[in-house]
Ligand binder design. Structure first.
Ligand code: EPZ
Length: 420
């Protein structure tokens, strides 16, 4: 298994080009199932999750062609299967999103239930309830969700009892081909949802309100093809912003948009980080050299993103004072805590809250990556720490960070990937 070795203690300086958003790329690719015309996506990130989904879509009969330059063409004109098998779905939970689009287009779908995951149990009950509201008949058979909608789906009013990014996207995509109007209440408002709606509208859908808590979808008989450039990855941008702050360096995040940071921007500013938007990017540095402890609670957008909680915790380990970090989205998203403590961090976990008491300096150590964002938080901690850090099990990073080692070494980091 590959490892990453790095030597910390150097302020990073330079420009990092932010990739297209991994969490939009996946949904846009799934959207191709709704049409028999090609969908061409650009600014596609080169990450493993995209390849895993491309593999699954190819199993369903989608012709997927990438040109290696961030462009991908998906042609679902001749689907050959309506079944997403366990072996592929278990590799990536977002695969569940093919269920509704297959049902809407073909009237039948079978998708393996994804099972548990490192950061929490992550049920799919909200996805199922939303699709049932559209008239889908759904059963669980031998670990598979089996859905039928032979006469097509019907628009409906459905209010989520709890905000879910994936379920909002799932119902929104599926409802584009339902008869009549669908109203989604308590919808997730992440920028990725608006981007997905923009792409679906370019394909001929009629969606209004995406990016707010109420989405209205007027169903259409068919969708066509489109060309769509996806938005930049706000989590990658936020991660590198925290790298700049943690190392006391200056980074320009080319292509990033501060509007997509939500409450993360305010938390960074409160911590003493200067964020300046100019010329299609963001400049990040410490405002007055000092980092201060800040309390945050993760929440759906525009709240503080759970996908930046681990990185923010790494940043807070060397801030002045105490920071309380409350994780309210996932029940098991503190697996980075013991690893940060091995590097000298002072963190106490009480239920869903981590109390981080800032120390002067972290010390490099061998550490173990456990999931995507926990892994990158250890890289961030290692870059700020004195001495050498070896991060094991870095395959998690490949799922969501494109060319991480190159991007960081381009800004002065001493970092290398060791094949193993
Ligand atoms: C998306 O996951 C992202 N994944 C996650 O990013 C991100 O952490 C999460 O949204 C929250 O922002 C993708 O976009 C591929 P949810 P998703 O449904 O859609 C519960 C990363 O690191 N829930 O908004 O699966 C759920 O357990 C990843 O890039 C139900 O109870 O998240 C969680 O507690 C990890 N039932 C909460 O809702 C359901 O049917 C929010 O989850 C669905 C969700």
């Amino acid at each position: 298994m590959d490892r990453i070795r790095l030597e910390g203690g150097r302020p990073l300086e330079g420009t990092i080009a932010i990739a297209g958003a991994k969490n939009t790329a996946l949904k846009l690719m799934v959207a191709s199932l709704l049409s028999d015309q090609p969908l061409v996506l650009s600014n596609q990130p080169d990450v493993v999750d995209v390849s895993v989904l491309a593999h699954l879509l190819a199993e369903l009969g989608v012709r997927v062609e990438g040109n290696g330059d961030g462009c991908m063409a998906l042609d679902a004109s001749s689907l050959t299967s309506m079944k997403a098998p366990y072996d592929l779905v278990r590799k990536m939970r977002a695969s569940i999103l093919v269920f509704g689009p297959l049902l809407a287009r073909c009237g039948h779908a079978e998708v393996s239930l994804p099972g548990g995951c490192a950061i929490g149990t992550r049920p799919v009950d909200l996805h199922i309830a939303g699709l049932e509201a559209l008239g889908a008949a759904i059963e669980l058979k031998e670990g598979y969700l089996v859905g039928e909608a032979p006469g097509g789906l019907e628009g409906a009013e459905f209010t989520f009892p709890q905000v879910s990014v994936g379920a909002t996207e799932h119902v929104m995509m599926t409802a584009t081909l339902a008869r009549g109007t669908t109203l989604i209440g308590n919808a997730a408002m992440e920028p990725e949802i608006r981007d997905l709606a923009d792409c679906l509208n370019a394909m001929g859908a009629d969606i209004a309100g995406a990016g707010t808590s109420e989405i209205r979808i007027n169903g259409v008989a068919r969708l066509g093809g489109a060309t769509h450039r996806m938005l930049p990855d706000r989590i990658e941008a936020g991660t590198y912003a925290m790298v700049a702050a943690a190392t006391g360096g200056r980074l320009r995040l080319a292509g990033a948009t501060e509007d997509h940071f939500g409450d993360v921007a305010a938390a960074l500013r409160q911590a003493g980080v200067a964020i300046e938007s100019r010329d299609g990017g963001i400049d990040i540095r410490r405002a007055d050299g000092i980092l201060r402890g800040v309390d945050v609670t993760t929440r759906p957008f525009p709240g503080f993103a759970t996908d930046l909680q681990a990185q923010f915790m790494a940043l807070m380990t060397t801030a002045c004072g105490v920071s309380r970090i409350h994780e309210s989205i996932f029940e098991n998203r503190f697996m980075h805590v013991p690893e940060l403590m091995r590097m000298g961090a002072d963190i106490e976990v009480r239920g869903g809250t981590a109390i981080v008491r800032g120390v002067d300096r972290l010390k490099g150590a061998p550490v173990m990556a456990t999931d995507l964002r926990a892994s990158v938080c250890l890289i961030l901690a290692g870059l700020a720490a004195e001495g050498e850090t070896m991060v094991n099990r870095v395959y998690h990073l490949d799922r969501g960070y494109e060319r991480l080692v190159e991007k960081l070494s381009g800004c002065g980091a001493v970092i290398e990937r060791i094949p193993g």
